[in-house]
Structures are given as structure tokens and as C-alpha cells.
Design a protein around this ligand. Structure first.
Ligand SMILES: Cc1ncc(COP(=O)(O)O)c(C=O)c1O
Length: 487
């Protein structure tokens, strides 16, 4: 067992600063001297002294064998991985590197339809061909559920040569699939399981939270430590487990997706967040879970306001719910999630993570306080009073069209000549972008796919119903990027 109180990178940086070595190296602000005085007045001097580079004694992220390696080994132990790699370009960079490691140009990889856009970028960079798998949809709630193991079994049976799969769990909404079974099935087919745990890095530190994918045998696992475990924005970790992954290839791919001047401030924040979670994580999460549960109960009692919780498990492929998340809806008041998001900021000085058609997603953290949550509850109570009886409740219960045929890989579509056409003339064309209507928030069509009659009719109906679209230029369906006519 390593001593998780240790913070090797932080300590070595302080030593370097105290040595007062004359800096003839980047960054050119020279340990803060060149930073704008306004910023120094606000932030103080010390943080800028820590903005260093690979000076002697501070190791090299891309060939770590000193303090960075020591810090990464502590992280590997804290999360139960075989090896861990600090990411200074977020989980996004880790996902791209992971996909490039698992599947090469032309090889198949199973990708959930509700993947983060970094997965699509991974497909574009690697040239791998996605075999899309649809998560279950709770149509009444307008919520994307989990991936059913039986669906994955079928996809593998039809695509035995697939090199593995990517899975997001928990999702932004706190939904967890049966990751244990998905990993077992992937391994039966000798595939590599890539866990997108952008939102799940904290679950390893408390038994009341869903089991982490690494614990369940994932081969690669990307975690945004900045989202839940208290490091600085953009700092993440990629972990590996087992012997399915070619680690040298992974390291090469990480060099491709990350800066040659990685920020030491970001890496230090990972070193310190890891120590904090390993030492105090259990207690902090215990408090957070208790606080969230209490708040959820209070919100449940507010008329016309809904909140997601563990009761949604057991159907729609949802194996577990991440209890430390608060996802609220005012749809019974006729208020969309986007409107709720704006209203909370404008009238109550509360900024939540985002809103979609039905939901407002509030991200809580290990230092969220009772007072902050109390303020949210009071705001929701007020909204419930102010807006009742004004508008019709929002409903959605649509059947999604089947996934359309893939004519080009995402890479081919991305690099093809494209043109913009009015939506009315898009039928039968190959799309260069993706279109994601809300609800439920998964792409109806992805780059390289054919705009079939069914897809066109579905999206057109959603557009007439004034749904919001992600991926299209202005959030509507006025015009769309398609691949110019082939050959
Ligand atoms: C599911 C999912 N995966 C990956 C990412 C990318 O993470 P990062 O912002 O750390 O690059 C996000 C970001 O929101 C996400 O929600």
C-alpha cells in the first residue's frame, strides 16, 4: 500500500520554486513576472510560479519516470488501475487516444448512440467504423436509459470482428448501464472495453455509489477528475487494467492527442485531488450522498417539480442510478429545461450545468453545501408557485426512427467535400454532421449516414413541434451540411 497522503508532484514543484533557479525556459512569463498585474492583484503570485515546464527534476508527462510517474502510480492505486496517465486535454483527449488504441482505420468498434462527441472525434481520427448500439429510451420521461446486455450480445453476434466497445456510465443524467455484463460480453468476443467515466470518477470512493468500471474489469477508463473529484477544469486521468491494451500504442496516441507543453498546474491539481479523494473521499461522499438524498426528498414534495432518483432503476436498461446527482424538471408547469436553466440564473442567481427540453442538470460536488442546496429548493418552490396554471404540461412520447444506413465512415464523411442544403432538399443525401433532437438527446443521424425518408419525416415533425436540435447550425433545421454528390 502506498501512502496516499503523499503529493510528490506538488512537493517537488515547491522545492524547485524555493531553489530560486534562474529560469531560461518556457513559459515566457518567467514564473509570474510577466503576468498582467491585474491578474496578480487578484490571484496572488504563487500560483504563477507553479506554471512550469519539464525542467530538470520535474519529469516529462510523455516519458514519465520521475515525479509525474510517482504521482500517476499513486493515482493507479487510488482508483484500482494497473497504470494511470494524467490528461491535460480532458477526458476528450483520453477518449480519442483510447479509440485510436482499440481500433484502426476500417476496423469496427461498437459505439452507443448517446456517446459524447469526443467519441465521434475518436472515430474521425482513427478511421474506425462505428457499429452503433441504441440505448433504451424511457419515452414517457424523455430520458435516455442504459444499454441492455441482450442488445450488445446481438450486436456482437452480428459483428464478431468488432475490436471492442465504448460505454458512457454514469451519463450526465446519472443513468448507469449494467457495466459488469457489458464488459463480460465484450471480453467473450476478445474486445477492448473503453469506459467513458467522465462523470464517474468519484464512485470508487464510496460503497453506496455504483461500482466503477475499472473495478468491474474495464480495459481503458477515462475520467474527468475535474467534474466530480475536485481537480482543475480540463484535468482528467486515463486508467488501464489487464493485458488487452497495447500500452505502447496507447502512449503514442496520448502524445498525439495532448500538448507537448502540458500544464503543471493541471497535473498538480490531479496529484492533490487524488490524495484528497483517497484520504477524505469516503467521508466527503457520505455527506454528499446524505445531503443529496435529503434534497431529493424535499424536491419530490414540491408540486409540479420532478426530480430523477434511484426509483428509475430496473427498467429501460438502467441498472443503477448515481445518487449524488440532481436532475430536475418543471415540465408539468410547461417550462422547458432550457427555460428553467435561464430562469434559475436570471431570477435566483443559480447557475446549473445545462438544461434540455425536459430537464435541468445540477452537478453537485464534494464541497456542495447544505445552504446552496437549500437555495435551489427555495427557488424551485418559488417557481412552482409562480408558474402554476399558466401553460400546458410538456409531453413527449415519440418512437425514434431506426438507425439509418451508414454509407461513409465518420472519417470519410468528415473529410469529404460538403455543401449546405436547405432541409427541404436533404432527403436521400449523406449527412456530414450529426443531428441531435431533444428529447431524448441522442443523434437521430450521425456523420456518413443516409437521410432516409423515416429520419427526414421524424426530424421534420420534431422541427415543426419546435424542438431544439444540437449539431445543426442554429439549433433549428433550416439547412444542413451534406456530403457533395459522390463520384
Ligand atoms: C459523457 C462525457 N464524456 C466525455 C466528456 C469529455 O470530458 P472533458 O470535458 O473532460 O474533456 C464529457 C464532457 O462533458 C462527457 O459528458
Amino acid at each position: 500500500m502506498k501512502d496516499q497522503k503523499k503529493t510528490p508532484l506538488f512537493d517537488r514543484i515547491l522545492d524547485y520554486i524555493n531553489e530560486e533557479t534562474t529560469p531560461f525556459h518556457v513559459p515566457a512569463h518567467k514564473m509570474g513576472k510577466g503576468i498582467h498585474p491585474k491578474w496578480k492583484d487578484f490571484a496572488g503570485e504563487n500560483i504563477f510560479k507553479m506554471d512550469l515546464t519539464e525542467v530538470q527534476g520535474l519529469d516529462d508527462l510523455h516519458q514519465a519516470d520521475g515525479v509525474i510517474q510517482e504521482a500517476q502510480e499513486l493515482a493507479a492505486e487510488a482508483w484500482g488501475a494497473d497504470s494511470s496517465y494524467f490528461l491535460v486535454n480532458g477526458t476528450s483527449g483520453g477518449i480519442v487516444a483510447s479509440i485510436c488504441t482499440a481500433a484502426k482505420q476500417g476496423e469496427k468498434i461498437i459505439v452507443p448512440r448517446n456517446s459524447h462527441k469526443s467519441t465521434v472525434y475518436g472515430l474521425i481520427v482513427s478511421g474506425a467504423v462505428p457499429v452503433y448500439i441504441s440505448p433504451e429510451i424511457d419515452r414517457e420521461k424523455g430520458l435516455v436509459g442504459g444499454i441492455l446486455p441482450s442488445t450488445l450480445q446481438k450486436v456482437y453476434r452480428d459483428n464478431k470482428e468488432a475490436k471492442g466497445m465504448v460505454a458512457v456510465s454514469p451519463t450526465y443524467y446519472g443513468v448507469c448501464s449494467d457495466i459488469k455484463r457489458l464488459i463480460e460480453i465484450t471480453h467473450q468476443y476478445n474486445g477492448i472495453f473503453i469506459a467513458d467515466e467522465a462523470h464517474g470518477n468519484h464512485v470508487y470512493f464510496h460503497e453506496k455509489l455504483p461500482k466503477g468500471a475499472l473495478f468491474l474489469g474495464a480495459d481503458l477508463c477515462c475520467q474527468s477528475i475535474h467534474k466530480m473529484s475536485g481537480s482543475l477544469g480540463q484535468s482528467s486521468i486515463l486508467h488501464t487494467k489487464g493485458n488487452r491494451v497495447d500500452v505502447n500504442r496507447l502512449k503514442a496516441n496520448l502524445q498525439m492527442t495532448q500538448s507537448t507543453s502540458p500544464s503543471y498546474i493541471l497535473m498538480v491539481s490531479l496529484d492533490l485531488a487524488r490524495s484528497n479523494m483517497a484520504i477524505k473521499g469516503h467521508k466527503l461522499l457520505e455527506d454528499l450522498i446524505e445531503l443529496t438524498e435529503k434534497t431529493r426528498k424535499q424536491i419530490e414534495k414540491i408540486p409540479f417539480i420532478e426530480v430523477l432518483g434511484p426509483s428509475i432503476t430496473g427498467i429501460h436498461g438502467i441498472a443503477e442510478y448515481e445518487p449524488a446527482r440532481l436532475v430536475v424538471s418543471a415540465r408539468k408547469l410547461g417550462i422547458q429545461g432550457y427555460e428553467l436553466y435561464k430562469l434559475l440564473r436570471k431570477d435566483y442567481q443559480i447557475e446549473i450545468e445545462f438544461g434540455d427540453y425536459f430537464y435541468g442538470v445540477c452537478i453537485l460536488g464534494i464541497y456542495t453545501t447544505h445552504d446552496e442546496l437549500d437555495r435551489l429548493v427555495r427557488a424551485l418552490k418559488d417557481i412552482s408557485m409562480r408558474f402554476r396554471g399558466q401553460k400546458k404540461p410538456l409531453v413527449w412520447n415519440e418512437e425514434l426512427p431506426p438507425i439509418p444506413p451508414q454509407i461513409l465512415s465518420p472519417r470519410e464523411a468528415y473529410f469529404a467535400d460538403v455543401e449546405k442544403v436547405p432541409w427541404s432538399r436533404a432527403k436521400g443525401r449523406i449527412i456530414a454532421d450529426m443531428v441531435v433532437p431533444y428529447p431524448p438527446g441522442i443523434p437521430t443521424i450521425c456523420p456518413g449516414e443516409l437521410i432516409t425518408d423515416e429520419v427526414w419525416d421524424f426530424l421534420d415533425a420534431q422541427s415543426k413541434a419546435e424542438r431544439h436540435f444540437h449539431g445543426s447550425e442554429d439549433g433549428s433545421l433550416t439547412s444542413i451540411q451534406v456530403v457533395s454528390k459522390l463520384g
